[in-house]
Design a protein. Structure first.
Length: 285
């Protein structure tokens, strides 16, 4: 069993340890699990790689390394958004053993449920689509329609169209749903996007706690540890000879709220209560 991380950062280390912990909890011997990172791979690691019956890859670099290896075993990929995973699979189609993912991002149904719970009067959801996220447009439209919501969207085809598109969306939307796309949301744009939404008092529903700290109103997200635990459970199924799993969204998740932004918008939001309500809703029959 091999757990391969894209690098040695804390998030990958947390996810890797969660994979190991879950495998050991389900009866796999600790000595049968190798943990490696792509930058550290060398000839001395060849035995661990060749003997692994299942790989769990964390991040895109690790998945690419697995897809390029001839004769590799089945792979569980984690810590990659759905669109990034599908793009890599198109450019590196699996030649033999199956590949399944635990996506990093959240299902639209869950995101819209949080919007409904926190902002029940909002019916128009604003979205900026970049090239990578645009294929998700139909999925969001279907999820919003099922909730009686409307999507107000604008494509971002380059830097010059970002803020004109943002203005168009903010003129008509009650909340901006940030969809992970590096063309739209990155270190060079996020501060100005949050400032623009704050000025017109349109809250942002983000995809990470870092964006909530930076000024988004709220987010639903899964931690590396939660995703690693789920990936470990899927890997154990394969080790036991079970059928290859299907790619899936995270099962467990967290809710984050920026209380300062909420107060400035005249809202009273309780992070713990929202989280509890969301978890209870997903567990109901």
């Amino acid at each position: 069993m091999l757990v391969l991380s894209s690098d040695r950062s804390d998030s990958y280390a947390d996810a890797s340890q969660a994979v190991v912990t879950e495998l050991v909890r389900q009866g796999v011997r600790r000595g049968d699990i190798a943990q490696l990172a792509v930058p550290d791979m060398g000839g001395g690691d060849l035995a661990a790689i060749q003997g692994a019956k299942v790989w769990v890859t964390l991040g895109s670099d690790a998945l690419v390394r697995a897809l390029q290896r001839e004769g590799r075993p089945p792979v569980i990929s984690a810590l990659i958004p759905r669109q990034g995973f599908e793009r890599l699979m198109r450019s590196n189609p699996p030649k033999a053993a199956p590949v399944a993912a635990v996506y990093l991002d959240q299902p639209f149904v869950r995101q819209l449920e949080l919007v409904h719970q926190a902002l029940p009067d909002v019916k128009r959801i604003g979205v900026l689509w970049g090239q990578e996220s645009l294929p998700q447009q139909a999925s969001l439209q279907a999820a919003a329609q099922a909730r009686g919501m409307e999507v107000v969207s604008s494509p971002v085809v380059g830097p010059s169209s970002l803020f004109s598109g943002l203005k168009t969306v903010l003129d008509d939307a009650g909340v901006l749903l940030a969809v992970a796309d590096p063309q739209v949301y990155n270190g060079g744009t996020i501060s100005n996007i949050l400032l623009a939404t704050y000025r017109v008092r349109v809250p942002v529903m983000a995809f990470s706690p870092a964006y909530v700290k930076a000024g988004a109103l709220l987010a639903v997200y899964s931690t590396p540890r939660q995703i690693g635990t789920q990936a470990g459970a899927l890997a154990r199924t394969l080790l036991q000879g079970g059928a290859p799993p299907v790619s899936q969204y995270p099962q467990d998740f967290e809710v984050a709220v920026n209380e300062h932004v909420a107060r400035s918008l005249g809202l009273t939001l309780d992070e713990a209560a929202l989280s509890d309500r969301m978890h209870r809703l997903e567990k109901r029959p």
